[in-house]
Design a protein around this ligand. Sequence first.
Ligand code: FES
Length: 346
Amino acid sequence: MAYRIALNFEDGATRFIDCNAGETVLDAAFRQKVNLPMDCSDGVCGTCKCRCEAGAYDLGDDYIDEALTADEAGEGLVLTCQMQVSSDCVIAVPVPASACKVRPAEYGGTVTHVDLVSDGTIILNLRPDDPAALAFLPGQYVNLTVPGTGETRSYSFSSKPGADEASFLIRNVPGGRMSEWLTTRAEPGARMTFVGPQGSFFLRDVDRPTVLLAGGTGLAPILSMLEVLADEADEVDQPIHLIYGVSRDGDIVETDRIAALAARLPTMSWEVCVSDPQSAQPLKGHVTDFLTDEHLNAGECDIYLCGPPPMVEAVRVFLRERGVDPRHFHYEKFAPTETAITAVAA
Ligand code: FES
């Protein structure tokens, strides 16, 4: 039996490998030409130390304390030269991908649908040339090339891994190269290329109440996470609460899809808020206005936040002022222009 291992490198690049039952992660990586950090290969030096972010595994008892202490093991640190997995896993590798001879994967796809669903939002669907080869973690992004240019833009998948079509929720930026191409020239059948996956903003195991905060098109990676959670609804026994915030009523998109996800995921609740005081929506304000003590659960919660930098900062300040230190706080910022994405886990 083989399991899927996502190796998430320090620079956010991610490479998927297969690992057979009884095989160490280090051996599996080498077999697939990924040179993970190592020295002794025998549980002595600690050079291969990584962090397991999700999944089940066994480290055996053939390594020494100088290589990995009991406290480190208890925190999820692992020695890949000893680690044998018993489920799919996500492993954070504390070096850049290039240090392990991992090059970014390139993909091609065909546009199947492009739609300006609001003044500020474009939905793009692509059919990858080889859907089975396109692996990513829910929440991650890729760098799409603007056709006819050498320029790339970073966009998170709003679709789940393994879907026949990859979808994206793209902010329509006036004067932006990608926005201009999508709104004036893109049509079904057009070819696009992209590189990735990328980013440390991805869904981990849901072990405690989870709060999802989405600002504008920051909804995209959250939708991808919810798609996966809805597929696994039988195993999700923790409350999942989404607060989706936008500036104006016209910016609200994908609510039918959110409602359909909530119908499949019994522990999920959600609300939309609009910061425009003239909004016709019942909830007027910012996402922090609707974050309650119940959601925050005295800090025993995981928070995933994707939005523009001011929103990320507002949530950080809100948590600090409320004295709430969430167990995990994963956030991703996207800049107001068509530029890069920054993902952080704390
Ligand atoms: Fe030395 Fe794993 S390579 S402990």
